[in-house]
Ligand binder design. Structure first.
Ligand SMILES: [Zn+2]
Length: 322
């Protein structure tokens, strides 16, 4: 049963209520949205009692918490078909209703399956800026996924923009079936609105956009690389043992700190190159950050350099929140 609107806003205010993809190809820059990742089968791991992590290397990850009162799902995948698969996986463990869907950030590979969970009766919750980014960038996100849809033979017309029912602007604590789930907002990281989903008793955190184990993150949305790096160092210092990224396998504190270092090195290297007066093309040719070439998504480095060059030379992210 859904909470009435008033109760939902009380929650928002912070009150507590009780498949095959192509093999990785050359280190090329591709802007077509197609996926060039290793074909690792989808894995589901119960990381704490009733708390499951679905790791899909080539696409994006999810988590779901199963309780006696219902299910909380984190992120909804890249297409409604993928969301139906996730729902079928959840149904292997429970027939309880889907109560909550958390959207951690506004990238299509993490929320284009929202319609499926909405149909199931879930209340969708996200940070105010995540909801804003969904509205502002829906067209861009669709465009960015066209290569993927084509590759998977998915109909883009099946994707519907389904916005959060509830938004919040600071931290929110949800309880479900006696379990506590904290939605933490620590300022923008990879994106305006980035939300960390923290399970304090279980010492587990789902990190959405800002942290993905051994994975380059697209920097074209961040309004503050320094806040992003600080956020990673802060969450690494918290009472957490298991970090579940929006991409990549299960991580630990060292993995989070590795990403902080990688982003910090990227930022410093890019700033030094721009300060020397190098053009975007010169940087792409000569500054390759090759010490991180084995990190997932490195094949998109040309795009990352290009978009961060835009940020450093204009003061605005390439894909800014209007
Ligand atoms: Zn993603």
């Amino acid at each position: 049963m859904k909470l009435p609107a008033v109760a939902l806003w009380a929650v928002a205010a912070g009150l507590t209520f009780a498949f095959p993809a192509p093999r990785a190809t050359a280190q090329q820059a591709t802007g077509d949205g197609a996926v060039y990742e290793k074909d690792i089968p989808i894995q589901v791991t119960e990381v704490a009692p009733g708390l499951f992590y679905q790791y899909h290397h080539a696409e994006s990850n999810n988590a779901f918490l199963v309780t006696d009162e219902g299910v909380l799902v984190i992120d909804s995948r890249q297409h409604p078909r993928r969301a139906e698969e996730l729902l079928a996986t959840i149904r292997k463990y429970t027939d309880k209703p889907i109560k909550w869907l958390v959207n951690t950030h506004a990238h299509g590979d993490h929320y284009f399956g929202n319609s499926v969970f909405k149909r199931e009766g879930a209340t969708i919750i996200a940070h105010r800026d995540t909801a804003g980014m969904m509205k502002a960038h829906y067209g861009l996100e669709m465009k960015r996924r066209m290569g993927y849809f084509k590759q998977q033979k998915y109909d883009p017309g099946e994707v519907k923009l389904v916005l959060p029912d509830v938004t919040f602007d600071s931290n929110v604590t949800l309880t479900l079936g006696g379990r506590t789930v904290e939605l933490l907002y620590m300022g923008p990281g990879q994106n305006p609105g980035d939300t960390q989903v923290y399970f304090p008793k279980e010492r587990v955190m789902f990190t959405g956009g800002p942290f993905s184990k051994n994975s380059w993150a697209n920097p074209s949305f961040t309004p503050s690389m320094s806040n992003w790096v600080d956020m990673l160092r802060k969450i690494a210092a918290m009472d957490v043992d298991i970090y579940l990224g929006g991409h990549g396998d299960i991580g630990n504190k060292q993995d989070v700190l590795h990403e902080a270092q990688m982003l910090s090195d990227f930022d410093a290297g890019m700033r030094a190159a721009v300060a020397k007066g190098m053009s975007k093309d010169e940087i792409i040719k000569n500054v390759r950050f090759e010490q991180y070439k084995d990190v997932r998504n490195y094949y998109r480095m040309n795009l990352f350099i290009s978009s961060y060059y835009h940020f450093l030379t204009t003061g605005r992210p390439e894909n800014a929140y209007p």
